[in-house]
Design a protein around this ligand. Sequence first.
Ligand SMILES: NC(=O)c1ccc[n+]([C@@H]2O[C@H](COP(=O)([O-])OP(=O)(O)OC[C@H]3O[C@@H](n4cnc5c(N)ncnc54)[C@H](O)[C@@H]3O)[C@@H](O)[C@H]2O)c1
Length: 254
Amino acid sequence: MTYVNRTAVVTGGASGIGREIASQLARRGAAVAVADINREGAQEVAAALARDGAKAQAIAVDVSRPEQAGAMIAQAADVFGAVDILVHSAGVGVERSLLDTTPEEWRRIVDIDLSGTFFCCQAAARHMVERAYGRIVTLASTAGVRGGTGRAAYGAAKGGVIALTKVMAVELAPHGITVNALAPGAIETELVARMHSAETRTVYRAGIPLDRYGTPEETAAAALFLASEEARYVTGHVLAVDGGFLAAGVMHRR
Ligand SMILES: NC(=O)c1ccc[n+]([C@@H]2O[C@H](COP(=O)([O-])OP(=O)(O)OC[C@H]3O[C@@H](n4cnc5c(N)ncnc54)[C@H](O)[C@@H]3O)[C@@H](O)[C@H]2O)c1
């Protein structure tokens, strides 16, 4: 798969899964806008990509602000001439029980994880419709598919991302735009380092048939497929990258 002559915006590109997606896209020839609320982090990633010979641009954005999401797409289109690919990886997590979740925490997670997805994808779609081409990849989560403790706000937001992804896939199909979601399980990133306690790690791992957490590299590979020209007949799909977590029920380890 090649991304030469393709231009991509990767939100959440300063860290974790987004950073790895930005880097794999750049290595395969795409021009990449690294967009993040962490301006310095985005600049560092963009500078590293540029040192390796890629066309890269850092963009500071708070994805929960619609006007900033619009400005991000406009800036990337201005710098690169167009935006072919949006990978929306910006997100935050919290591990908090239903009974302990405060209204502020609920709103923060829903604002960033769900509304942020809507604002960024809508802005990208408006641009892509004009060009009758686009690849949009959202970041859902296995928490948006299955229940689990400590995921009231996060799981609800990610479930919303899945529903939104399917609606976008249907509405944008006539415009040559595909929209798919990744549903990562437990992936070793800064987010998980913050969110998963030692106890969570033990309990989580017991439910993963492949018996380990995944890596940003493994997650990015799936994102690159969905963002590729070759995935042109795949839309409205939720691709789990989870070591078998969603497939599993009762498990004996032998
Ligand atoms: N790591 C996992 O196990 C896992 C599992 C399932 C889903 N996900 C999802 O994958 C995505 C990436 O997660 P990650 O593990 O790479 O996390 P991460 O914390 O390493 O990276 C997330 C990035 O998003 C940025 N960000 C946060 N709020 C923002 C905002 N309002 N505007 C713009 N940027 C913002 C952060 O600055 C950070 O650079 C998230 O949507 C997350 O929910 C991760």
